[in-house]
Design a protein around this ligand. Structure first.
Ligand code: GCO
Ligand code: MG
Length: 403
């Protein structure tokens, strides 16, 4: 009875950007937190939770994590999809947090204990041109980063994905989507030159990554992967949209550049073929959009059979609650690869106090019971929701493209 859920609250707050958080409270007063943020579509998940999930949670045993997951997944009848799986993830992570607090154990110990000291992370370096991007990579190396993702502006393309305009990169910047214009040939010329320069400036040791952000066709992606081979990328990410998982066969036929995919996936079924056929090297689906710890754990175990490693999404639109849960997972999971890490703003960090810390290019979790991330509700209330959407992209003739 002490484990009975007596209260469930959906907190929407915007400390610099929008976040949706679920707070579950048990009769004994222990609470758990789960992130439910789906960038640009936040209120759809907030409503899914508030209107359709919360009434099912009151009176439930917080210890029945698996049963609750199955209830919400099978019981919805309408399975999968980003909104549903993000809502289920929020409940799942909050329940794991409660379990940890009740047991007095950090989450990684509940999962099976430590496999490594810290989780290798990669930071985001970008610049308006190749020179600026190279300087930005240098800045990360000075901070002790061992792995850096690099993006640079493309001549003739205004506001390309991943390039900040001075302050921290935050793509969902306006109430209606910003319109950008994309040019594939110019990009395919520029990207190999960027990595040629980065290897010349920074040597062979640093791990370099790059995100194509779904903007190439399969054969274009194959060409880029081949052109980048001399620079030994840690990975090339989202080289082509992956709804058709077979598309990656074409890239594999032409290149040995390591491939990562999956930040927009929400279940194991989205990557089953990619993994079984060993068409990718890293799976990026993370806890918040992939049904929580209970589902992503299955995905990671399946991936391990095929030597595919994790490389969790970690952009700033995933809240510190997801980062904390993901880092516990990274600390445990045997087939860990790397963790994406963009710094949250000071405002965000103040609303979500946490005990993870960066040391020498790796993030380390603390030993606080649960996932170690809290929510300052009084402070959160000072940052009301502000509708923001992600940009869109068009080709030069005006037709819609992938941003
Ligand atoms: C990444 C991602 C992000 C996404 C963002 C969308 O690799 O970090 O591609 O930059 O665009 O999370 O909300
Ligand atoms: Mg990405």
């Amino acid at each position: 009875r002490e484990r009975e859920i007596v209260e469930a609250r959906v907190v929407v707050t915007s400390p610099g950007r929008n976040f949706v958080t679920l707070k579950l409270v048990t009769r004994s007063g222990v609470y758990g937190l789960g992130d439910a943020t789906l960038n640009g579509r936040e209120l759809a998940v907030a409503s899914y939770l508030q209107d359709h999930v919360v009434p099912n949670l009151i009176g439930r045993d917080a210890g029945r994590i698996e049963d609750t997951w199955q209830f919400l997944h099978r019981g919805a009848y309408w399975r999968r999809g980003p909104v549903t799986m993000t809502a289920i993830a929020a409940v799942d992570v909050a329940l794991w947090d409660i379990l940890g607090k009740m047991a007095g154990l950090p989450l990684y110990r509940l999962l099976g204990g430590r496999s490594r000291e810290g989780a290798l992370v990669y930071g985001h370096a970008n610049g308006r041109d190749i020179g600026e991007a190279s300087d930005a990579v240098g800045g990360f190396l000075e901070q002790g980063f061992l792995a850096v993702r690099a993006q640079c502006g493309v001549p003739g393309v205004k506001k390309a994905y991943g390039i900040s305009s001075g302050k921290a990169y935050e793509p969902a910047e306006s109430e209606l989507p910003a319109e950008t214009v994309w040019n594939t040939p110019r990009y395919l010329e520029t990207a190999p030159k960027l990595f040629e320069r980065l290897r010349a400036d920074h040597g062979s040791q640093v791990e370099l990554l790059h995100d194509v952000h779904h903007r190439l066709s399969p054969i274009e992606a194959a060409r880029l992967a081949r052109d980048l081979e001399p620079y030994r990328l840690f990975w090339l990410e989202d080289a082509t949209p992956a709804e058709n998982q077979q598309a990656f066969e074409l890239i594999r036929q032409h290149s040995v550049t390591a491939l990562a995919v999956g930040e927009v996936f929400n279940s194991i079924w989205d990557c089953k073929h990619l993994i079984e056929r060993q068409l990718i090297d890293y799976i990026r689906t993370t806890i918040v959009h992939g049904g929580g710890i209970s589902h992503v754990r299955r995905l990671a175990d399946f991936a391990a059979l095929y030597q595919v490693r994790t490389g969790f999404h970690g952009a700033t639109d995933l809240s510190p609650v997801t980062m904390g849960a993901a880092l516990h997972f990274d600390t445990w999971v045997p087939n860990f690869g790397i963790q994406e890490y963009m710094f949250h703003s000071e405002e965000t960090d103040a609303v979500f106090p946490h005990d993870y810390a960066l040391r020498e290019g790796r993030l380390h979790v603390g030993d606080t019971p649960g996932h170690g991330v809290d929510l300052d509700e009084a402070l959160a209330a000072k940052y009301p929701y502000a509708p923001k959407q992600l940009p869109v992209a068009r080709l030069e003739d005006g037709s819609m493209w992938d941003w």
